[in-house]
Ligand binder design. Structure first.
Ligand code: MSP
Length: 501
């Protein structure tokens, strides 16, 4: 089905509170979902997010909190659902991996893979990192510390179940080669292709013995084991939107996903494990997987131990939801890492939002009130500069469309820049036209077509910024009314850095 758009975010671990990195993926996904609803209609977009609630990390955090993993997850999940509500995230569904609909689906998928011998039992000996929940083979492991987190490794021998990743390596390489937009941006695609050319995939251990971990989905064919958390979590993308029929065929109105948005740190699981799991289940791969970059603080990673974790709700309360959304999507090219700072937010706020957009709206509405008693004047003849702006209004959506698509790299920053070019052209038009002189000279026809053009610029800008700043777009629409103006307070009163805590 071509006329639909199914977009997903990762499922967030509930072991800690959400931070700005988590909010980034959901804001980007929300922006695309809102944009696509404008293009395809409300009913043709499905936006899924949720939480990842099984595994060692959660079990450990629950123990520390003195709660059962389920009680702990039930409590933590509220932080995510309330944050998404506060940030105006418009998901259609929220999936928790502890929900029955997910658990029974995962078990069915495991049974199919087991029946088809894509899952087999074997003895496993390896080095295990508790905090990353990762096995390391002898060649990868150096000096008994985890190559990722540098934490201690334990040597473990146990019976486990394995998924035949290795069998599908050639298929995967071929698939990636044939589908240039499957892994985005291109640098991630190249990274994965060279990884797959150099390394032979080993089969994936998808079980954990219950003596070591109780908090997971029991394997249907071996109740002494639970499912490895990544294997469980990835399946959410299909468990949430479809089901298997009696002949093991998967049916869904929404699958294949049009876009999985993820952070670059979880690329391998999404572009290696996930398409292979789907292939083994005879389900189509997602159309595209886009890995965005990381938000850093003073060029360093955010972490609890460094004590530099920034809370998204604090930022939204301090600067406004839309300012926060605008900043994240405007300041850093999507796909690259960015440095987060409040100074940078204030700078963007004062220049783009207060000076450019806020000022255009405020001065236009003020003039409409002053010269036309709050009526939106009729369109009329325009001078050369006006005609050019009129052309820009018409061309804007067509300029933005390719930037919001996979082939344009989901270039949110550039899409916003296009809208701002129009806003700035309109501000310049005001300064050069000097409407107060037109009023003095009683040039009512000129004044009226001039103000009407500004209103049209604002209407178009509001429509284009809606996916990024839904409240601002709604507030502009309300102030502009249909044919009468209802001027409100300035949208973005300037922030003075010196008085700003
Ligand atoms: N539970 C897994 C995902 C399973 S998807 C089937 C997971 N969860 S997570 O909570 O640790 O991370 C979720 C997402 O947040 C990842 O995409 C990760 O890249 C993103 N971010 C975490 N920290 C980030 C930043 N500092 N900046 C941007 N995104 C970051 O991984």
């Amino acid at each position: 089905m071509a006329n639909k758009f199914y977009i997903t975010t990762p499922l967030y671990y509930v072991n800690a509170s959400p931070h700005i990195g988590h909010s980034y993926t959901n804001i980007a996904a929300d922006c695309l979902a809102r944009y696509m609803r404008q293009v395809l209609g409300q009913d043709n977009v499905w936006f899924l997010t949720g939480t990842d609630e099984h595994g060692q990390k959660i079990q450990k955090a629950a123990d520390q909190a003195g709660l059962s993993p389920q009680e702990f997850s039930d409590k933590m999940v509220l932080q995510f659902t309330s944050l998404w509500q506060a940030l105006n995230i418009s998901h259609n569904d929220f999936i928790r991996t502890t929900e029955e609909r997910h658990i029974s689906f995962v078990q069915r998928a495991l049974e199919i893979l087991h029946k088809n011998a894509d899952i087999y039992q074997d003895k496993y000996q390896g080095w295990y990192c508790l905090s990353c929940e990762t096995f390391w083979t002898d060649t990868q492991e150096k000096g008994e510390v985890c190559p990722d987190c540098k934490g201690p490794l334990e040597k473990i021998t146990e019976t486990n179940y394995f998924f035949r990743l290795s069998k599908y390596q050639d298929w995967l390489i071929n698939y990636i080669n044939k589908n240039p937009d499957f892994i985005l941006p291109q640098i991630r695609r190249n990274e994965i292709l060279s990884f797959l050319k150099i390394n032979k995939l080993t089969d994936l251990c998808i079980s954990r013995p219950k003596e070591r971990l109780i908090w997971g989905i029991p394997l249907p064919f071996s109740p002494q084991h639970v499912t490895y958390v990544w294997f469980d979590a990835l399946i959410n993308y299909i468990s949430a939107v479809g089901s298997f029929d009696a002949g093991d065929n998967y049916n869904s109105r929404w699958w294949p996903a049009d876009l999985h948005l993820i952070g670059k740190d979880i690329l391998r699981q999404h572009v290696i494990y996930w398409p292979i799991i789907l292939r083994a289940l005879k389900i189509e791969p997602p159309k595209a997987i886009f890995a965005h970059g990381w938000w850093m603080i003073d060029q360093a990673k955010m972490s609890k131990s460094r004590g530099n974790v920034v809370s998204p709700i604090d930022m939204a309360n301090k600067y406004g939801i839309d300012t926060y959304r605008y900043f994240l999507l405007r300041d850093v090219p999507f796909g690259m890492d960015g440095n987060f700072s409040e100074e940078a937010i204030v700078k963007r706020f004062n220049s783009d939002l207060a000076n450019d957009l806020g000022n255009l709206v405020y001065r236009t509405l003020t003039m409409a009130e002053k010269y036309f008693q709050g009526a939106v004047p009729a369109p009329g003849r325009l001078n050369e500069q006006g005609l050019k702006i009129e052309g820009n209004i018409k061309a804007l959506a067509k300029e933005i469309d390719p930037l919001m698509a996979a082939a344009g790299g989901f270039n949110f920053g550039l899409a916003l820049e296009k809208t701002w070019e129009l806003i700035n052209a309109a501000n310049k038009y005001v300064e050069e036209t000097k409407p107060w002189n037109l009023a003095k000279e009683n040039k009512t026809a000129e004044l009226s077509s001039f103000i009407r053009l500004l209103v049209d610029v604002i209407r178009q800008a509001a429509q284009q910024i809606y996916p990024f700043m839904p409240d601002t777009a709604a507030s502009i629409a309300e102030q502009l009314g249909q044919d009468r103006i209802k001027k409100g307070r300035p949208l973005f009163p300037r922030i003075d850095l010196k008085t700003n805590g």
